[in-house]
Ligand binder design. Structure first.
Ligand SMILES: Cc1cc2nc3c(=O)[nH]c(=O)nc-3n(C[C@H](O)[C@H](O)[C@H](O)COP(=O)(O)OP(=O)(O)OC[C@H]3O[C@@H](n4cnc5c(N)ncnc54)[C@H](O)[C@@H]3O)c2cc1C
Length: 483
């Protein structure tokens, strides 16, 4: 153990955010990086429990959290880095954007505040880059058989990184201009600055991964063509079909899906052009965000930075409790009220509200018509039910409406039709325990096979798919003409 009783000596302390008045004027990261001494104290809070739930249950990557904390406490940063990288390809992403499922299951969290595991992870990887412990390490030996990865989000990058390190030549194809998937074109810079993504992509390129951008598979290049050139393919195209709200007035101007809005802002920050005819801008406007989750919260932070006059976020579910409910005990993920950095920047949050219509002045949205709802909790194997509360109808002005109600699955694509892939009822590509689809040699990882989820799960899926591909290639003879 790093420090016996450290959890009694040190309180949980987070480095916190830049001041609100300063940060809403730019898109730079809101969260501060902790100093080494603070991280050492925080790592000392780890109790090295007999059963580390953080590692065994919480973290999808199975990061070896207690041992990493101990090494950090002892100042053995390089060893901590090696241990961290043995389970997580990209701690600089998870260290910044992960909701930290591990912290929710930290044993200290039973009756105290959990260890700051995410901050320790971030400090370890950033120390690795700062001290140049991380350098390109191309594989010593290369195999002949090539693998194509379709999609350069965290899942595709993890597949590519694992296979490349193992000696397989990998080409990553993506329809976008630059690699990163939602890391680059979705998550706002104030949560993840894009130099962080660029730094990792450059490292992967220096280690031999090839990126073919603006190449949409199924449209620009057929999947069958890839199958003749590559010994295996991994699909990692994400799950970006947004949930719509088909109510009266939906076709009015000024109503957009959240991701459309967030992508445009990321393009602008990257110096890419946005056609003024389709530009979505919150400047000076009253913004309504429908959907109370993280994507909605990213819209709020973006709207403030664009100069919105007011922002209101609506959620159909009831307001969660401040602490764990009795039916939601540790070490489950706590369904509690959370306040993101964007929420702290202002605006209103309304719960148990259903939007029934968008009202306009002819062509453009001007108002939302809403009603409060009541929820009956799940019982007798019946799901929770909602009913409108009579007499609670209200209208609220809005000239920009952002729909952030989640994603229903992968977008329909020519790629999956051409390959005749089996999909589940949500459209997710179905895979076996090796992550292989019904088409031999075609694998799938990340949101495309599990549905919209988290960066950490996408990386975990990518690692699993890479292992499946290596297993497949090692047990299969190459057909003539195919490497
Ligand atoms: C706005 C937003 C904010 C989020 N914030 C967080 C967060 O803070 N923390 C967190 O853990 N998770 C967050 N998530 C979820 C997380 O980003 C995703 O779960 C994760 O990115 C999924 O990774 P992926 O690699 O499966 O897919 P994606 O990141 O979606 O990447 C898919 C890539 O495939 C490419 N592609 C698709 N089809 C083709 C094709 N036919 N040919 C070529 N290329 C193709 C796309 O262009 C894209 O680059 C957020 C999601 C959104 C939408």
């Amino acid at each position: 153990m790093g420090k016996s009783g450290g959890f009694m000596e040190f309180r949980r302390r987070e480095p916190g955010y830049r001041p609100k008045t300063e940060r809403v004027r730019d898109f730079k990261a809101v969260e501060r990086l902790p100093a080494d001494a603070e991280i050492r104290d925080q790592s000392a809070r780890c109790m090295e429990c007999g059963t580390p739930f953080c590692h065994a249950l919480g973290c999808p990557l199975k990061n070896v959290i207690p041992e990493i904390n101990e090494l950090v406490y002892e100042g053995r940063w390089r060893e901590a880095l090696e241990l961290l990288l043995s389970t997580n390809n990209f701690p600089e992403f998870t260290g910044r954007v992960c909701p930290a499922l591990c912290e929710a299951s930290c044993v200290l969290g039973i009756n105290d505040e959990p260890t700051t595991i995410r901050q320790v992870e971030l400090a370890v990887i950033e120390k690795g880059f700062a001290e140049a412990y991380i350098r390109p390490q191309p594989p010593a030996v290369r195999f002949d058989r090539k693998v194509a990865v379709i999609g350069s989000g965290p899942a595709g990058l993890a597949v590519a990184d694992c296979l490349n390190k193992a000696g397989y030549p990998v080409t990553v194809f993506d329809g976008d201009k630059k690699p990163g998937g939602i890391l680059r074109y979705g998550i706002p810079d104030f949560k993840l600055e894009k130099w962080v993504v660029d730094r990792r992509i450059q490292l992967m390129k220096d280690e031999g991964v090839v990126f073919e951008m603006e190449a949409s598979i199924g449209d620009d290049i057929s999947a069958h063509y890839l199958l003749t050139r590559f010994a295996a393919i991994c699909l990692a195209g994400g799950a970006r079909e947004p949930r719509d709200l088909k109510i009266p007035g939906r076709d009015l101007k000024g109503i957009h899906f959240a991701l459309e809005y967030l992508i445009q802002q990321n393009w602008k920050l990257a110096g890419e052009t946005v056609d003024p005819a389709v530009e979505i801008n919150a400047a000076g406007g009253k913004v309504a965000v429908i959907g109370g989750g993280d994507t909605g919260s990213d819209c709020i932070g973006t709207a403030w930075r664009q100069g919105a006059a007011h922002v209101t976020q609506f959620e159909i579910l009831p307001q969660p409790p401040a602490g764990r409910a009795v039916h939601n005990p540790w070490p489950q993920w706590p369904n509690i009220l959370r306040e993101s950095s964007s929420h702290k920047e202002g605006g209103d949050r309304r719960w148990s509200v259903r939007t029934t219509a968008f009202l306009g002045d002819g062509s453009r949205v001007r108002k939302l018509r809403c009603i409060e709802v009541e929820w009956t909790p799940a019982a007798d194997k019946k799901p929770p039910a909602l009913k409108d509360k009579p007499g609670t109808e209200f209208e609220i002005e809005a000239d920009l409406v952002l729909l952030a109600m989640g994603f229903i699955g992968p977008k329909k694509s020519k790629l999956s039709d051409d390959l005749k892939l089996h999909r589940d009822e949500k459209g997710n590509v179905t895979v076996d325990s090796r992550c292989m689809s019904n088409v031999p040699g075609v694998f799938a990882a990340g949101d495309v096979s599990r549905g919209a989820s988290l960066v950490v799960r996408a990386i975990a899926d990518g690692r699993k798919a890479a292992a499946g591909i290596m297993d497949y290639l090692s047990t299969r003879r190459a057909p003539a003409g195919k490497t």
